[in-house]
Every structure is written in C-alpha cells, then in structure tokens.
Design a protein around this ligand. Structure first.
Ligand SMILES: [Zn+2]
Length: 430
C-alpha cells in the first residue's frame, strides 16, 4: 500500500508540474484539485494523495514556474509560456555587433522596447512587414532605430528579406500620410543618405487624390532640370565604392555629376522639357486613379540633385519613377534601367534589400506600356548602375520612354501616361 501511495504521489506531483506549466490560473485551481481528475489514478486512493498537496507545495511550484507572458508576448500573441525562472535572472549587459542594414518584422504586434530586455518598457508595437534600420545585433536582441530613437526588438522576429505582402508593396516604402495635399517637401537632413546630397535647397510637392484613394504615393521624377547640376559631383554609391557599369559616368568612377543636363531630341526639344511634360501627364493620370503623387519637379528647374530626389522619395513614397528618354537616335523604344547582375553591387545596401522590388516595378511598367501598344526595346530592360538605384530604399526605377528620334506629341505622352499608370497598377496589384 505504501508503494502504491508513493507512486500516486509522484504521479500527482508530475501532474501539478504539468498544470503549473499551463498557466498560473490553473495552478490556483489546482489547490482545489485532486488526483481523481487524472483518469489513470486509482480512484480509491485519490483523497489520501490530495492530503500531500499542502499550501507550501503549491507556493513552491508557483515560484518555480514563473510565467513570463511578456517573453512570449514579443511575438504579439501573448500566449502563456513557461520560462524557466528567466524572469528571476538578472539581465546581463548586452553586447551588440555593429551592423547597418534594413530589417523587417516577421510577426504581428511585436514589442519594440526601450531596452534589450523583456522587462524594459514597450515603446510601440510593430506589425509584420514593418521596416527598420538595424544598427546592432546579438543572438537574442537587435538594436534598431525607431523615429530617430534607439530601440530594441527580439532578433528572431526580424529578417533581412523584404516580405511579400498580399496587398503589393504599398506599406514597404515611406509614407506621405503626415503631409497635407500641396505640401512642399524638402530634404530632411536626418534622413538616411541625405548627407550625400549636394544640391537640396528645392522641394518636391505632394498631391493627394480626392477620390478612389489607394493610399499609395507614387514619386514622379521628371529627369534632369537642375541648374548647375552638372558642375557638382556626388558619390555614386552611399558607401563610396566605384560604379560597376559604364554609362554617362564610366565604370570604376567613384563620383558622378549630381544631375546631368540630359540630351536634346532630334527636333531640338530638350529632354528635360519632355520629361516635365511627361511628369505632368502622369500626375494627372495617377491622381484620377486614386494614387497620391509626389512631384519632384514642376518647372524648368528644381534644386534637388539625384540623391536628394531619391532620399525624399524613399521617405515619402511607395515607389519612385524617374522619367527619361535615351540619348540614342534610332527610335528604339522604351526600356527600364535594370539592376546590374554584379554580386558586389547586389550585396551593397540599400541595393541588397531593394533590388528585387526595382526589377518588379520595372517589369510592371514595361508590361503596362506594352499593353498600350508602346514600342519596347528588346526585353525592356538594360542593366545600369545609377545613383537613383544605388540610394533607393523603395521600389525605384529609371524608365527610358524612347530616345532622340521618338515622337513626344501630346497624344503619345498621354498614351505613355496611361501605360505607366497601368504598370503602377500591375505592380501594386490594383
Ligand atoms: Zn535622361
């Protein structure tokens, strides 16, 4: 009988541990429970085993099984989980390996904290796909920048890969939500890479759609049109490395003109005048379809170099489309400047985190143009290492809508605007 009793005690003890592990509430309820709840326990001896379950036992069990809802709560689910007394341990000083990379949240409602500990105050919660700059990491915690402040998040809820969202990429870029329609947006010196810009006294203007709002902001960048832009040089790449392909600036160069002058059409019209006309037509088309539009340039001159244009777009827009015509003279058709398939280039940030979005946007625009009957050059893609691409943290493309010999009548421009707007719709799944 003694043997049976001790066996039952062990079983009951195991049961208590199990139940304690499920939840604190269950532990409390256990104070009234008996082994008779357990089907494999002989009912005859149930009451005697209950006698062994003193208040002291329960208190001890509670101490052992501190439940750290917070730890689990960092994935936002707030599921109860047992954490082996981790709460009782003093949090050791965290050391971080310095990094500089874009990361994305992999779960919903993840806690962003003021310190690298689950006991640190929660600054805010972030949802799946939210993008942050990571400045340090260790196996448990990552140091990130949130609204200009240092904050911390559990490393396992971060990925360096941009997440594919079912609604397209509208929430992956910057946001213009804080600005009113008509807002003049200057380069904010605190924005990433803003310090690399040399010409930035001008501003872009935001226009918000009145009807059928999509809450997607398209940056429309009329290529060229910066007085003095070709006598100033800026770094080709944010990290100071050399260009990997030749173009207006040769391969191997570290610096390039801040904004080039652009070509002149065979009929004597400047490229900058045509890109401006194109930008205005595209703005009208996009607004009518419910897109907000950030206009980089609305007259002959805007004092924003290619880096300033790109950084403003990064921080306010969902995608960035720079309008150009190529300097060849064969009326060869439209194409986008693809991201060169050069390992060092595709591994360089922010290209590494963004290049697939550039390619997807470029393909979508070409598809949209093709659908309107626009002539396409080859497969519609020519890889080129551009300042715009090198600094873009959102889907961003330089599209060449033709060349020196191409027609740029109002009718053609309007057709191109429809094709580009269709392409934006393809990209965002609208
Ligand atoms: Zn151009």
């Amino acid at each position: 009988m003694k043997k049976i009793l001790s066996c039952i005690k062990i079983k009951c003890f195991k049961y208590i541990r199990y139940m304690a592990a499920v939840s604190v509430l269950m532990i409390i309820s256990l104070s009234q429970a008996s082994c008779s709840n357990k089907t494999e326990s002989p009912t005859q001896t149930a009451s005697s085993s209950q006698a062994n379950m003193s208040d002291t036992d329960l208190t001890e069990k509670k101490d052992v099984f501190l439940i750290d809802t917070d730890n689990a709560g960092d994935d936002g689910t707030d599921t109860l989980q047992v954490s082996d007394m981790s709460v009782k341990k003093k949090v050791p000083e965290q050391s971080f390996a310095d990094v500089d990379e874009t990361v994305y949240i992999t779960a919903d409602s993840v806690n962003i904290r003021k310190g690298a500990s689950t006991s640190a105050p929660v600054l805010k919660k972030a949802d799946k796909g939210a993008k942050f700059q990571r400045t340090g990491k260790n196996s448990e915690w990552s140091r990130i920048i949130v609204d200009g402040e240092t904050a911390f998040v559990v490393t396992r809820y971060l990925t360096e890969e941009a997440l594919q969202t079912t609604e397209g990429s509208k929430d992956q870029g910057g946001s213009s939500a804080q600005y009113a329609s008509g807002a003049q947006i200057k380069l904010d010196p605190s924005w990433k890479y803003a310090g690399n810009s040399k010409i930035n006294s001008g501003y872009a203007v935001l226009y918000k759609a009145e009807n059928n709002r999509k809450d997607i902001t398209v940056c429309v960048n009329a290529g060229h049109g910066t007085k003095g832009g070709s006598s100033v040089k800026t770094l080709c790449h944010p990290d100071g490395t050399a260009k990997v392909t030749g173009g207006t600036t040769a391969e191997g160069a570290v610096k390039t003109v801040a904004v080039s002058t652009g070509m002149t059409f065979n009929d004597g019209t400047s490229e900058a005048a045509v890109t401006l006309k194109m930008a205005k037509a595209l703005k009208t088309e996009l607004l009518s379809r419910g897109y907000d539009v950030l206009m980089i340039r609305e007259s002959d001159d805007v004092q924003l170099d290619n880096i300033a244009r790109t950084v403003i777009a990064n921080n306010t827009s969902s995608c960035h489309i720079a309008l150009h015509w190529d300097s060849t003279g064969g009326d060869k058709g439209a194409f986008y400047m693809g991201v060169p398939d050069v390992a060092s280039y595709r591994q360089m940030e922010p290209v590494a985190s963004t290049w697939e979005k550039h390619e997807a946007l470029g393909k979508s625009l070409i598809q949209g143009l093709k659908n309107t009957g626009t002539r396409i050059f080859g497969d519609g893609r020519l890889p080129m290492d551009l300042t715009q691409t090198s600094y873009s943290t959102i889907a961003s493309i330089d599209i060449e809508l033709g060349d020196k010999a191409s027609d740029h009548s109002d009718a053609t421009i309007n057709t191109l605007a429809k094709g580009l707007a269709d392409g934006v719709g393809i990209y965002f799944g609208k």
